[in-house]
Design a protein around this ligand. Structure first.
Ligand code: NDP
Length: 403
């Protein structure tokens, strides 16, 4: 029985509130806070109606304002803060947790607003402070990062003496019927996919032009989909925690239409993060673009198809080469029926709830700042299917590992 504070009321926040409310024996009291309180109220009304959990309240808070966060946390006294607002707020929320003696969990690493650069360094730098305070910070507990780290930890624990090659493959074989929309926060998404590609090979990062490396990868129940090597944040912690990896890459599918729109957006300057003066006011093009694009949280109703995300790993066990593939497929319509939002928000929100449950039940914990692969993957994977994301595995299968 614990109190949790959930910060953020977007698509992911909606799923986290639903999933926590489905487990009242763990999440007995929930406060949902975000910049716009009315968005929290809409979610909480739906969740109360659909789950029957009545002990949920809402608040408005600017998560970049540490004193305001501290006051909110002190008044509610949660055991854990689940941060599903934006990566820009990671450090202020962690600071507020340190000042109030509360544990922390997020789904995306810190990113400064004025620089499209995301890495764990800022959050890892808080290691000593979390240790000294005897508090736990769980970083990157969505799907990717999140489940992909747990999948990798599970493979390392059970099936390999040494992992050599890791390919995280992420397909969204869904269709939302819009000419262009992003599946999660457009600002964060566009910053992520327009940056240079990067992967790990033989002890160093190899940089590529955006979308330079691609391949048609065959996804289970989906078929071949064009997939591009992009940099994704879990690579940073995974190559640190599994130093036997000779190569680690992240592949994501993009349709031609999506990439064409993205190119146009970039070419006309709408992906810019520097302010421009418009009628005497500073406007950041990418922030303005977010305001006119479809809200990812609203895509669910007409979204068909599914996501397929997993890890393909090669290495050795008992001196023999072996390969292993572990993945989840998630139907957008199933996610929508249960939570009123689409599969990408669902695959992020379910693991965030489950990581919180792991912590509150004592399966995961310890003093310090942790990436999810540092915890025991077994109790998490024992429940992941039951809470909505069934997973599958294939041993020494005939997979496309030679790309
Ligand atoms: P949305 O943009 O839909 O929602 C973000 C929410 O954060 C909104 O409610 C917004 O409020 C709120 N917010 C923004 N700024 C502040 C602030 N200063 N103070 C308080 N609240 C604020 O994003 P998503 O739900 O799509 O994504 C949420 C998080 O999940 C992001 O960090 C994203 O990177 C991460 N993510 C992780 C994935 C993974 O697999 N690990 C995959 C997908 C997403 P308002 O509405 O008022 O602007």
């Amino acid at each position: 029985m614990s109190k949790v504070l959930i910060i953020g009321a977007g698509g992911v926040g909606r799923v986290v509130v639903y999933k926590c409310a489905q487990h009242p024996e763990v999440f007995s009291e929930i406060l949902v806070a975000s910049r716009t309180k009315s968005k929290c109220d809409v979610i909480v009304n739906d969740v109360k109606r659909d789950t029957g959990h009545q002990n949920i309240t809402t608040a408005g808070v600017d998560a970049e304002d540490v004193p305001a966060l501290v006051a909110l946390i002190r008044s509610f006294q949660p055991k854990l803060v689940i941060h599903v607002a934006l990566p820009y707020q990671d450090l202020t929320i962690m600071e507020a947790c340190l000042q109030t003696g509360v544990n922390y969990l997020d789904t995306a690493n810190y990113e400064p607003k004025d620089e499209a650069k995301f890495e764990y360094s800022w959050q890892w730098a808080l290691q000593d402070r979390f240790k000294q305070a005897g508090l736990t910070a769980i970083l990157g507990c969505g799907f990717d990062p999140g489940v992909t780290g747990v999948f990798t930890a599970y493979a390392a624990k059970h099936y390999f003496d040494e992992m050599h090659y890791l390919d995280i493959i992420d397909a969204n074989a869904g269709s939302h019927g819009k000419a262009f929309a992003t599946n999660f926060n457009p600002e964060i998404n566009i910053r992520e996919v327009t940056q240079k590609g990067r992967y790990w090979e033989n002890g160093q990062w190899i940089y590529t032009e955006p979308h330079e490396i691609w391949k048609d990868i065959n996804y289970p129940d989906v078929g071949p989909k064009r997939s591009y090597v992009i940099y994704h944040e879990e690579l940073e912690s995974l190559v640190k925690n599994y130093p036997t990896l000779k190569r680690a890459r992240f592949w994501m599918t993009f349709g031609d239409e999506y990439l064409t729109h993205l190119r146009v957006i970039q070419n006309i300057g709408m992906a810019g993060i520097e302010p421009v003066k418009y009628k005497g006011i500073d406007v950041i093009p990418l922030e303005f673009l977010k305001a006119v694009l479809p809200d990812p949280g609203d895509l669910g109703e007409n979204y068909t198809g599914q996501t397929s995300i997993g890890c393909r790993i090669r290495g050795i066990k008992d001196g023999q080469p072996r390969n292993y593939y572990i993945w989840n497929n998630c139907q957008h319509q199933d996610a929508y029926k249960e939570t009123g939002t689409q599969g990408v928000s669902y695959t992020t929100g379910v693991p965030a709830m489950l990581g919180a449950k792991m912590f509150l039940e004592g399966h995961w914990g310890g003093a310090g700042v942790f990436n999810v692969e540092e915890f025991n993957p077994d109790p998490f994977l024992a429940e992941l299917g039951k809470v909505g994301l069934p997973w599958h595995e294939e041993h020494n299968g005939d997979l496309e590992f030679e790309y």
